[in-house]
Design a protein around this ligand. Structure first.
Ligand SMILES: O=C(O)CCC(=O)C(=O)O
Length: 266
């Protein structure tokens, strides 16, 4: 088979997997030098963020966000991050799943909570914005894509395949919503653990049932992307977007330009 056909075939398999299961993983997608330059920028952010958020970090945090913002990183590091986020490797996947005007939403950084009693917990991202009746609807609408890039080997993510398109069974609902005496850190019988190594990429739907697995030295960058046709622009913080002056230093700024256009028209 010609290389181009092989690539298309792989991409179709990935799209099918996302469509049916709500996720896919690509092993060794990034080489050591790509990960090491990304890690350098992210660790700079992380150290500054931790010293600025000491109490929150010590007591309850398991993630930070707005990594591309101006609070902790200087312009040159932000440009490196914008170029990584919109690199060909990422955009090939994003464009294939969202062919028309995919838009950048945010970034998050996931790490281990300091408090060893803090347990990893099942959730759908939409449950923090909507009550149960609306959650039942939104899982059938356009969903936000999470692209997880682990910077160190980690236990990864546990997810329930197919729940991007279906409502919870009783066990999933009771555990995730913590009703009938259940708690969100209990094991689910349909959970599938995806352990990840530095260099892998996991793409999953934010609204499927999932939890991060705490342990090892986890530090994972999550990139969040949405379809411009969906109503998510209010979730975007202006400061995590590139300034106009940065756009010509980004090889393919379309992901950010799409968000900037949505902002202008909102
Ligand atoms: O890794 C975690 O702690 C949770 C990950 C998660 O919930 C997410 O990426 O939406």
């Amino acid at each position: 088979m010609e290389t181009i056909e092989l690539m298309l075939d792989n991409q179709n398999q990935l799209n099918n997997s996302y469509d049916k299961q709500g996720y896919f993983v690509i092993r060794d997608y990034f080489d050591a030098s790509e990960i090491s330059s990304l890690r350098k920028v992210i660790l700079k952010f992380h150290e500054l963020w931790k010293s600025d958020n000491k109490i929150f970090y010590q007591e309850e945090a398991f993630n930070s966000s707005l990594i591309t913002g101006s609070q902790y990183l200087a312009v040159d590091d932000r440009i490196k991050l914008f170029n990584f986020i919109s690199s060909k490797k990422i955009m090939d996947l994003v464009n294939s799943l969202i062919p028309t005007n995919p838009a950048f939403m945010n970034t998050q950084l996931f790490f281990n909570p300091v408090n060893p009693k803090q347990k990893d917990f099942w959730h759908r991202d939409c449950q923090y914005d909507h009550d149960v009746d609306v959650q039942k609807q939104v899982i059938h609408e356009t969903q936000v894509l999470h692209l997880r890039i682990p910077l160190f080997d980690e236990l990864g993510i546990e997810l329930v395949p197919g729940t991007h398109k279906r409502w919870d069974n009783d066990e999933e609902f009771d555990v995730r919503q913590e009703v009938k005496g259940r708690v969100s850190s209990e094991n689910l019988s349909n959970g599938k653990k995806i352990s990840l190594a530095a260099g892998d990429l996991l793409l999953f739907s934010a609204d499927m049932i999932h939890r991060g697995l705490y342990g090892l030295d986890r530090l994972a960058l999550d990139i969040l992307v949405f379809d411009s046709a969906a109503n998510f622009v209010d979730y975007v913080d202006d400061d995590c977007l590139p300034d106009i002056s940065m756009l010509d230093k980004i090889d393919d700024p379309s992901l950010f330009i799409n968000t900037l256009h949505l902002k202008e028209n909102s």
